[in-house]
Design a protein around this ligand. Structure first.
Ligand SMILES: [Zn+2]
Length: 131
């Protein structure tokens, strides 16, 4: 496998770390969170960072509420390809799990719901203005 092929494979696994142009292999967000926007395919200011934060929050929700994994996958997939409105709709389906809860939250559930709320704010901000 040559370098371009192995980078392409990494981009498939972690599209949020790479330029959103389908053919571009520029890494916009390093493993440590450093952001270097692609000069050929610029995104709105702060978009890469906000997307990364939203995805970080979603993965924390998953850790604390693994039963929501299927619903979270739909949110993550939409956010990764920058379909923020779709992501928001999918996220609202997941949040229904918490808002319909009648008993008090367990510790994990309250952590998960906090991260879900943070992710929602970031995705809502991202969805304002673009598709
Ligand atoms: Zn690019």
């Amino acid at each position: 496998m040559n370098t371009a092929q192995s980078v392409r494979l990494l981009k498939e696994q972690h599209p949020e770390r790479y330029c959103s142009d389908p053919r571009c292999l520029w890494m916009v967000r390093s493993r440590t969170g450093d952001v270097t926007p692609c000069r050929k395919h610029p995104e709105r200011e702060g978009e890469i960072l906000a997307r990364g934060l939203a995805l970080d929050n979603l993965s924390l929700v998953r850790q604390h509420a693994p039963e929501l994994a299927t619903g979270l996958d739909a949110v993550v997939n939409a956010v990764r390809v920058r379909s923020y409105r779709t992501g928001l709709a999918a996220l609202d389906l997941v949040s229904a799990y918490f808002s319909n809860q009648e008993r008090p939250f367990t510790d994990d559930e309250s952590i998960a719901s906090r991260h879900l709320k943070a992710a929602r704010e970031q995705i809502a901000r991202l969805s304002g203005g673009s598709k």
